[in-house]
Design a protein around this ligand. Structure first.
Ligand code: KG4
Ligand code: ZN
Length: 334
């Protein structure tokens, strides 16, 4: 099946063509430059930029794959979970094309897309497995029994891990988005320079909380002259605290569910120290760990096409009354 995927849930306008698990094109138009001066994504600017870009991005996805619209067998779109104004743009584009081309349409959950990214990257990912999906909008541990069958094991109670990266970077004037900036800067810093808390790692809960860690860093340096703050050490110590929490909870989840593999996905999964720490810990425990290939960590439409292909193959279809929903649970999908 040749599937067109469309993704506009936050600040990336993306379209991709995927045929039977092979990515033929994966076009991502990032809005980072539009939001950078605000230090975060501005929803109204995001949705307007999606409207301006979506047509070009879809056309580019066809051109890059050397395919034409009449060749596709279906369309998948991120319809649930994200900024409502942004989601609506992708959903409207997907419905219009599905109607015009007379092909089946399926609306997917944004996080389900992220769950598919490691499976799309590595066809050998075993099932069941535990997936840690971690980005600017969510931090979630999911038991993936089989494609499209999930059990959420843990969720963030406040800030997502990527959001904490972004807020710390904004506070310390390191740039936007904060994750890549902290990732780079921490290479020159000491991971043990500051003794920071590892929130919620003592009990059995698989939920996360990063807001206290963020406040702890802010309180340490609020009001201090910027030149007196050892930025690289703060970045490395903060990153290490987040990484410790993510790795220890994902491993706990894998052990509790008795699975042999963990997948890590979402924007933060590109973090080099996170990947290193997972490889070390999982290597010691005999667990396999998988990350998405480049361009599939962050928001993209190839992962949406992969998730949609699985749902279309099960006979699922969305009608032309498909609507965007900003906040929707992952479990209990049709
Ligand atoms: O998955 P994504 O593109 O969008 C959401 O669904 O949120 O993730 C974006 C998030 C941002 O918070 C960004 O700072 C973070 O992923 N991020 C990173 C890295 N690259 C992106 N965080 C830590 N290290 C990185 N290398
Ligand atoms: Zn995402």
């Amino acid at each position: 099946m040749l599937i067109l995927g469309i993704e506009t849930s936050c600040d990336e306008t993306a379209a991709a063509l995927v045929r039977d698990g092979t990515v033929l094109s994966n076009v991502i138009s990032s809005q980072i430059d539009l939001h950078a001066r605000f230090g975060g994504v501005v929803p109204e600017i995001a949705s307007r930029a999606h409207v301006e870009t979506i047509g070009y991005v879809i056309r580019e996805a066809f051109d890059a794959a050397r395919r034409v619209p009449s060749q596709i067998d279906g369309i998948a779109v991120s319809a649930r979970y994200g900024l409502i104004g942004s989601l609506i743009v992708g959903v409207s584009a997907a419905k219009s094309l599905a109607y015009a081309l007379g092909v089946p349409l399926v609306g997917t959950h944004h996080i389900e897309g992220h769950i598919f990214a490691p499976m799309l990257s590595h066809p050998g990912v075993p099932l069941p497995h535990v997936c840690l999906t971690v980005s600017g909008g969510h931090t979630m541990l999911v038991y993936v029994q089989e494609p499209c069958r999930y059990q959420v094991l843990g969720n963030t109670l406040d800030d997502a891990a990527g959001e904490a990266f972004d807020k710390i970077a904004k506070f310390l004037d390191m740039g936007f988005p904060g994750g890549p900036a902290i990732d780079r800067l921490s290479l020159q810093g000491s991971r043990t320079a500051f003794d920071l808390p590892r929130p919620m790692t003592r009990g059995r809960s698989l939920d996360f909380s990063f807001s206290g860690l963020k406040t702890c860093v802010v309180n340490m340096f609020r009001g201090k002259p910027p030149e007196s703050i050892p930025l690289a050490d703060v970045a490395a110590s903060f990153q290490e605290a987040v990484v410790d929490v993510l790795v220890s909870k994902a491993v706990q989840a894998a052990e509790r569910k008795g699975v042999a593999a963990i997948t890590v996905t979402g924007g933060v999964s590109a973090n080099r120290r996170l990947q290193e720490a997972f490889r070390q810990k999982c290597g010691r425990l005999g667990l396999a760990v998988f990350f998405p290939l480049a361009d599939l960590h962050t928001d993209n439409a190839a992962m949406v096409a992969a998730a949609g292909a699985a749902r279309l193959a099960r006979g699922e279809r969305s009608g032309l009354d498909l609507n965007a929903v900003a906040s929707a649970p992952l479990e209990g999908l049709p």
